[in-house]
Design a protein around this ligand. Structure first.
Ligand SMILES: Cc1cc2nc3c(=O)[nH]c(=O)nc-3n(C[C@H](O)[C@H](O)[C@H](O)COP(=O)(O)O)c2cc1C
Length: 260
């Protein structure tokens, strides 16, 4: 893995400045796909940062892969399955900078698995994510967010199952990552992923209250698997993971136009 390429440093620096200036709207970008009849399709998404990373806490991983969250039932999923090429136009209004990010997308859904033994190196993503060996992380630190606690517990279970594989070549656990983002997503956002809305034919609508995650299992890191709403929401919860191939940067105020 090319640790922290120039484009990543640039995106991270601009994002930090823009969040300070204009808040979280700096994370909105336009994601383009190609429809079945070869037409462009563009929509606003929230850029969730880099896979395996968090701006506030260490997970023990680093990557050059951008993450977007979506719903398995959304139209773009089939478009991406047919054609994984994308361009993301990320315009940061606070500093008037534009990043045109080209790449291809892997869909990390419930079925996505990287079983070291059965499916070695199946992923397009392996070379862009690596353990941060210099950082000590423990799943027992209480100040860790619930999402990170879950991730580290899942990772431990995974590591034990693959204990014969050396730590530095052990692949990233994408299901643990999916769960980390799901917990971080928050109850009011998770509601939108429950499509059955009504409970057993009565008129009880699903509310954020039904999708709260207040604790995770101390061993496995799972939320309450008996909660049918959470299960349904998690089933539909998908990470779009962007492997970046080029970044074209343009700042109209400084006139800088450069391929990073
Ligand atoms: C501010 C804003 C942020 C959005 N963030 C996301 C997002 O992170 N993921 C997503 O799938 N849709 C997001 N949407 C909705 C999409 O723009 C789009 O309407 C939806 O994903 C359906 O697109 P599709 O039919 O092409 O799949 C957002 C919309 C707005 C206005």
């Amino acid at each position: 893995m090319n640790i922290t390429p120039a484009w990543k440093k640039s995106v991270q620096a601009s994002l930090k400045t823009n969040i300070e200036k204009i808040g979280t709207s700096a994370t909105y970008a336009s994601l383009a796909t190609v429809t079945e009849d070869n037409k462009p399709a563009v929509r606003t998404v929230v850029m969730r940062g880099f896979a395996g990373e968090h701006y506030k806490e260490e997970t023990g991983w680093q990557s050059n892969l951008l993450v977007i969250i979506t719903d398995k039932t959304s139209r773009k999923i089939n478009e991406i399955r047919r054609n994984p090429n994308t361009e993301i136009n990320w315009y940061m209004n606070g500093t008037m900078e534009q990043f045109r990010i080209r790449g291809n997308i892997d869909i990390v859904d419930k079925e996505y698995a990287e079983d070291i033994v059965k499916r070695p190196a199946v992923s397009n993503l392996t070379n862009d994510i690596a353990p941060k060996l210099e950082v000590e992380v423990s799943d027992n630190i209480e100040r860790n967010s619930l999402a990170l606690q879950s991730f580290l517990k899942q990772q431990n279970v995974y590591n034990r199952a693959n204990s014969d594989v050396e730590a530095k070549v052990r692949p990233f656990n994408w299901q643990a990552e999916r769960l980390r983002h799901f917990i971080e997503f928050g109850a009011s956002m998770r509601v939108n992923l429950v499509h059955s809305k009504q409970k057993d034919g009565d008129n009880e609508k699903v509310s954020p209250m039904h999708l709260e995650i207040k604790e995770v299992d101390q061993i496995s890191g799972w939320f309450d698997r008996n909660n049918e709403y959470l299960n349904e929401a998690f089933e539909n919860f998908v990470l779009l993971v962007v492997k970046v191939t080029s970044v074209l940067y343009w700042s109209p105020s400084t006139g800088t136009k450069v391929l990073l």
